[in-house]
Design a protein around this ligand. Structure first.
Ligand code: ZN
Length: 411
C-alpha cells in the first residue's frame, strides 16, 4: 500500500470530488472507476437548501506484471496487489446545485474535473466549478478530457490547448490533463495512476474532533422490529481529531423545533455505536476519507439527510451556534456561470440583500445587515457553528440562479 503519515489500512486515504458540467460524462466515468454507481441527486429544497452528495469507495490495485493501475482485474491477466484506498464524492453538476457543489468541496482533498471533448469549452459551469474549488482551497486537480472517441484528433488537440490556456493563472494551473473515453473505459488506468500521485494532506490527529456531516440516513428496512432497529447514521468526513466507539458526541445546530412560533435549534447528544468506512468496521476513526457513524439516535431523526450541514464533536467541545456572522469578503471580478459565456461585473455587497453562504457542509441564507469596507455582517436564516478563519463561499441570486461571487473569511 501507498505510504502515508498515519498508515491507514481501513480508511480511504483521500476524498476525491468529481466535478464538471452535467452532461460531460461524470457518472459514466465514476461507474468505470468504481464499478458501482446508483446514487441519484435530489433537487428538493430542505433546511433551506439540501446537500445531497453521492459516495463510493474503492481500492486502486497495481498489476504486478504490467504495472498498470486498475480497480478490477488487469487486462493482461497479471496478479494485482492493493495499492491505495480512496473515496469519491460526486458533486452534482447542475447549476441549480451550486450550493451542493460547494458543500461537497468542503469535504474533499482533491478534484477530478471532467470536460467533454465534444462540447464547446469553457462551459460556464466549468468556470464556476473551478472558482468553487479555488474558494475552498482545493489545489490538487486532475482534468479528464472525456469523450475523445466523438471528436477528430485535431479537435481534441485544439481543445487540449484551450484547456491549457484557460487554467493558466487559476488554481488548476498545474493540473495534468488526461485524455479518456469514459464510455469505453479507455485510459482509466492513467486517471488511477494520477490519483496515486496526489499528495496526501497532513491530518490533524490531536485537535478536538470535528466531523462534517454531509449525509444522514435511516438504514433500517421498513418493518424492522423495535428491538432490531439500528440507530441513526451520519455520514461525512472527520476533518480533525480521532473518534472512537463509545464516544459521547454532540451535533449542532441540531434539531429544528418550533416554540411559540419561533424556530429554535436544539443540540443533539448521542453516542457512537459503530463506525464504518467502505466495507470496513472501525473501532477508531482518523481524519481521512469518508466515514459513516452509527449513533444511538432514533433513526427517524437522521433519515433523508435531515442532519446534513451539521457538525459533530465530543460533547461540550463545539462552540455555541450563532445567528449572525461577520466576515471579511473577497469578491471575484465578474460573474461566471451564466449562459453563453456572458459575464458581468460583480457589484459590491449591499445592505438588506440576501446571499447564500456555504460554511463547511452547511448552506444558509444570510441577510446583509452591515457593510464596512470589505467587512460584511449578516443575519442568518439557519444558524451555523462558527470556527474562526473558516472559508465561506458567497453566492448571489441572478435571475433565479445562485452564482458564486466570492469568498469570505469568518471573523
Ligand atoms: Zn497487467
Amino acid at each position: 500500500m501507498r505510504e502515508n503519515q498515519i498508515t491507514l489500512t481501513k480508511q480511504p486515504l483521500l476524498n476525491i470530488g468529481i466535478v464538471g458540467h452535467i452532461d460531460h460524462g461524470k457518472t459514466t466515468l465514476l461507474y468505470q472507476i468504481t464499478g458501482k454507481w446508483t446514487d441519484t441527486h435530489s433537487e428538493e429544497l430542505k433546511r433551506g437548501i439540501t446537500i445531497k452528495l453521492g459516495y463510493a469507495d474503492m481500492i486502486i490495485k497495481k498489476c504486478e506484471r504490467c504495472g498498470k493501475f486498475t480497480t478490477k482485474e488487469c487486462e493482461c491477466g497479471g496478479k494485482t496487489r492493493d495499492f491505495e484506498y480512496v473515496s469519491f464524492v460526486d458533486a452534482p453538476g447542475h447549476e441549480m446545485l451550486m450550493a451542493t457543489m460547494l458543500g461537497g468541496a468542503a469535504i474533499i482533498d482533491a478534484a477530478l474535473l471532467v470536460i467533454a471533448a465534444n462540447e464547446p469549452f469553457p462551459q460556464p459551469q466549468t468556470k464556476e466549478h473551478l472558482l468553487a474549488l479555488e474558494t475552498k482551497g482545493i489545489k490538487q486537480i486532475i482534468i479528464a478530457q472525456n469523450k475523445l472517441d466523438l471528436v477528430s484528433k485535431e479537435e481534441a488537440l485544439k481543445q487540449y490547448e484551450d484547456i491549457k490556456k484557460f487554467i493558466k493563472g487559476t488554481i488548476a494551473e498545474n493540473a495534468i490533463i488526461v485524455p479518456i473515453c469514459g464510455q469505453q473505459g479507455i485510459n482509466i488506468d492513467a486517471i488511477l495512476e494520477e490519483i496515486t500521485r496526489l499528495e496526501i494532506p497532513k491530518r490533524d490527529l490531536t485537535g478536538e474532533p470535528l466531523f462534517l456531516i454531509a449525509r444522514s440516513f435511516d438504514i433500517n428496512r421498513p418493518g424492522t422490529s423495535p428491538e432490531e432497529l439500528c440507530g441513526g447514521v451520519i455520514g461525512g468526513t472527520l476533518k480533525r481529531g480521532i473518534l472512537k466507539i463509545g464516544d459521547e458526541i454532540e451535533i449542532k445546530p441540531g434539531l429544528v423545533r418550533k416554540k411559540h412560533e419561533q424556530v429554535i435549534y436544539e443540540t443533539i447528544k448521542t453516542k457512537i455505536i459503530a463506525m464504518r468506512s467502505g466495507n470496513n468496521d472501525l473501532k477508531e476513526a482518523l481524519p481521512s476519507g469518508s466515514l459513516a457513524i452509527q449513533t444511538s439516535l432514533d433513526p427517524a431523526l437522521t433519515k433523508a439527510d435531515s442532519l446534513s450541514g451539521c457538525v459533530a464533536s465530543l460533547t461540550g467541545k463545539l462552540p455555541p451556534i450563532v445567528n449572525k456572522i461577520k466576515m471579511k469578503v473577497n469578491l471575484f471580478k465578474e460573474v461566471v456561470g451564466s449562459k453563453s459565456g456572458e459575464s458581468s461585473k460583480i457589484e459590491q455587497i449591499k445592505i438588506a440583500e440576501n446571499l447564500m453562504l456555504s460554511i463547511n457542509t452547511a448552506i444558509t441564507l444570510g441577510n446583509v445587515i452591515n457593510v464596512k469596507k470589505d467587512e460584511v455582517e449578516l443575519a442568518l436564516k439557519i444558524p451555523v457553528v462558527p470556527f474562526k478563519n473558516e472559508i465561506i463561499g458567497i453566492a448571489r441570486n441572478y435571475k433565479g440562479h445562485w452564482r458564486l461571487i466570492g469568498s469570505g473569511v469568518l471573523l
